[in-house]
Design a protein around this ligand. Structure first.
Ligand code: SAM
Length: 237
């Protein structure tokens, strides 16, 4: 019997996250993140989704495709422990695993067909753009929602840092909305409000950081009690 297995990609992700930096560490944290899973041939047929309309959420199994080249590690430093304490890889949701498979629960916003292309629009994904999808399963509240479960060293979501916009950034976000019909401000508040810097950077710093969201580069700095969005460059990429 073999102990190696091959999987077929069944879909591809279209997401606002164009780089790993800034993607939330779990799904559901950024509800403003719009994404879709496009089914790929030979799975781009409506009958494979028959019955899914009664479910509000799905489990998405995917490949951490941007980590495939990197070696897995037995012990990793979860950001939730400040990045200075190691725990076993199987006690974490880290991307550097023996099998680079991710698992996220997301809300279904709708299912659309555009000629031969079929999309499942989803809310709250923590997936990089172009992430390969290997399976989709319905979320079963009676089996999957465990109210007595314990969350180890990550019992709850980390608190958000308040986000402020410079006059320039605010004007840019508003003209972006006019041009692309996409609301940037709440997305930026949720993504950058997580303070995506590496965990060893906890204090104010005068560096300008940048996050690629859709076709923008959002520039920001960290003050003592808030994050300031200084500028939103677009179109980029
Ligand atoms: N919810 C999933 C899980 O538990 O398996 C993912 C958790 S993992 C900690 C989330 C991080 O994976 C994101 O912050 C992002 O940096 C990274 N990520 C998302 N999509 C990826 C991809 N396709 N390749 C590599 N890293 C990815």
């Amino acid at each position: 019997m073999t102990n190696t297995f091959q999987f077929q990609q069944i879909g591809v992700t279209h997401s606002c996250y164009k780089e790993k930096f800034g993607i939330p560490r779990q799904p559901g944290l950024v509800t403003e993140a719009a994404a879709s899973i496009e089914l790929l041939p030979p799975f781009n047929r409506m009958d494979v989704l028959d019955g899914l309309e009664g479910f509000s959420h799905i489990w998405v199994h995917f490949i951490f495709h941007q980590c495939i080249q990197e070696q897995w590690k037995a012990k990793v430093r979860p950001p939730r422990l400040g990045g200075n304490k190691k725990v076993g890889v199987f006690a974490t949701r880290a991307t550097h695993r023996p099998n680079p498979i991710g698992l996220s629960v997301v809300e279904i916003q709708g299912i659309r067909q555009d000629k031969k292309r079929i999309f499942i629009d989803i809310i709250g994904a923590d997936l990089l753009d172009k992430t390969p999808i290997i399976d989709i399963k319905p979320y079963l509240p009676y089996a999957d929602a465990l109210h007595h479960a314990q969350g180890g060293f990550a019992p709850e979501a980390a608190a958000l840092t308040p986000v402020q916009f410079s006059k320039l950034a605010l004007a840019q976000a508003l003209s972006y909305k006019e041009e692309y019909k996409r609301e940037l401000i709440p997305l930026i508040e949720q993504v950058i409000g997580q303070d995506p810097r590496p965990s060893y950077l906890t204090n104010a710093d005068d560096r300008i950081h940048g996050n690629l969201l859709w076709n923008t580069n959002v520039k920001w700095t960290v003050g003592s009690d808030h994050i300031l969005i200084t500028e939103i460059e677009y179109p980029v990429g």
